[in-house]
Design a protein around this ligand. Structure first.
Ligand code: FAD
Length: 418
């Protein structure tokens, strides 16, 4: 007698098991209808953001323009600044609907989720009027110029200098790990404008035009080759780059509070949706495991069960956050959201990458897959997941934040110097 084969059915992955209310459901109906008419079939299953040199780059740009035209870009920004004024529950619904339709949600990336909110919180009305529409239209694509060779986790030790000359800031120094430099037209950059002030004072947050770069421009990107073989980031050399003082956000020497706003958004903005992509990958792995006849092996099942419980934990914490938001609370800026969420998804992704390679064996390690740059999907997952516990604040630094700000443990010694 043969044992009936186990049939796996991916459960519905939803972020909004919280009752979102009739208005949000109405929004879902409208958006679903719009998406079913407009979603480009050629982008079905294509990921976002696209890696450098992606064959889908043109189609993705066009899809971004369509979304922009229809008012589905920077949707969480207030209407007065060109957004749609959507609350987090509606944004979660949008994400679900993109996921359901199988097409990527093209956004303005870090410009939408970090720089824009920082400008909205700290910019003057003139700065908002100038910079925000250019983010929405896609004219200003930002890269991030925070880290330096001597300033990563300890960002406040940055040394790139900004010297005021008339109505301009003259910037000289070096940044590193500048992601997305290859498509950037702007860089949000931290520079030290008062070298005599205490460490966190004397820093300015400046938006540097970088579309023109190379010899003679004062801005040079030198690509860094990564584990994946791509050069997704670069070293950035600034040598007398001139930027209008108008581009300083939050006031000269007042950049640290703008930085805190930016980093809070960088760490917290995946909280309600982190599980969705991981669930998709999980079921793809289950399919592969089944195809190899491994699905009835108890040790394999145990490891898959481990992964699924982590994904469910992410989904439930997303729901908890959504419930709080739906109840009018806003815990998004708090360490228990930003730092805990960041640790949870980044450490899971690393372990899942290892799990996939373990289960699939040499097949998963062989180059020449169907990925945009020749990497197989599982190789890509494994290699790129290594960086998640580093960028946006390392896992160790997030644990320090949780220890100090959430658990109230004694602060680590950081010395007394500047
Ligand atoms: C894929 C990727 C993309 C990135 N993109 C950008 C970008 O676009 N723009 C940008 O500005 N930066 C970017 N970064 C840089 C990133 O922000 C830094 O790598 C990160 O902040 C860590 O700094 P560091 O590399 O200098 O390491 P360090 O700060 O030197 O840390 C080295 C090690 O020491 C540990 N450590 C440091 N301080 C403490 C402490 N106080 N307590 C306990 N442990 C500690 C760290 O956890 C780490 O393990 C990117 C990094 C990666 C990996």
């Amino acid at each position: 007698m043969t044992t009936p084969r186990t049939v796996y059915r991916p459960p519905q992955v939803t972020a909004t098991a919280v009752d979102p209310g009739p208005e949000a459901e109405e929004f879902r109906r409208e958006f679903r209808a719009w998406l079913s008419e407009n979603a480009p079939p050629e982008l079905r299953g294509v990921g976002w953001p696209a890696p450098p040199g992606s064959p889908h780059a043109k189609a993705l740009k066009k899809w971004g323009d369509v979304l922009c035209e229809a008012g589905y870009m920077c949707v969480a920004w207030p209407r007065e600044y060109g957004g749609r004024g959507l609350g987090p529950v509606e944004v979660a619904i949008m994400n679900e609907e993109f996921d359901r339709a199988g097409v990527p949600r093209v956004t303005r990336g870090r410009a939408e989720t970090t720089v824009g909110p920082a400008i909205i919180a700290h910019g003057t009305e003139e700065q908002k009027a100038y910079f925000l529409p250019r983010i929405i239209s896609g004219e200003h694509v930002y890269c991030q110029g925070f880290s330096e060779p001597g300033a990563g986790s300890d960002l406040a030790s940055l040394r790139t200098a900004g010297v005021v000359d008339g109505d301009e800031l003259v910037i000289t120094g070096q940044k590193v790990w500048t992601s997305g430099y290859y498509e950037a037209t702007m860089m949000f950059c931290l520079v030290r404008t008062d070298p005599d002030a205490p460490r966190h004072a004397g820093i300015s947050y400046v938006l540097v035009p970088v579309a023109e770069n190379g010899p003679g421009t004062g801005i040079e990107f030198r690509p860094i080759r990564q584990l994946t073989g791509r050069s997704g980031f670069a070293e950035t050399f600034l040598d007398g780059a001139r930027v209008p003082l108008f581009n300083v956000i939050g006031g000269l020497d007042q950049g640290w509070r703008v930085t805190v706003t930016t980093l809070g958004h960088e760490r917290g903005n995946r909280a309600t949706v982190a599980h969705v992509g991981y669930a998709r990958d999980f079921w793809a792995l289950v399919e592969e495991v089944r195809a190899r006849g491994l699905a009835d092996d108890p040790s394999v099942r145990e490891r898959l069960a481990w992964a699924w419980t982590r994904i469910e934990t992410m989904r439930f914490s997303g729901l908890q956050l959504l419930a709080a938001l739906a109840a009018g609370q806003d815990p998004t800026g708090r360490a228990e959201n930003g730092s805990v969420t960041k640790i949870r998804w980044s450490e899971y992704a690393r372990e899942f990458g290892e799990l996939a390679l373990d289960l699939l064996g040499p097949d998963a390690l062989t180059a020449g897959g169907s990925g945009d740059d020749g990497l197989g999907h599982w190789q890509e997952e494994f290699l790129s997941s290594r960086s998640g516990t580093i960028w946006g604040g390392t896992a160790e630094v997030q644990r320090n934040i949780i220890a100090e700000r959430v658990l109230g443990l004694p602060k680590e010694s950081r010395g007394t110097g500047r």
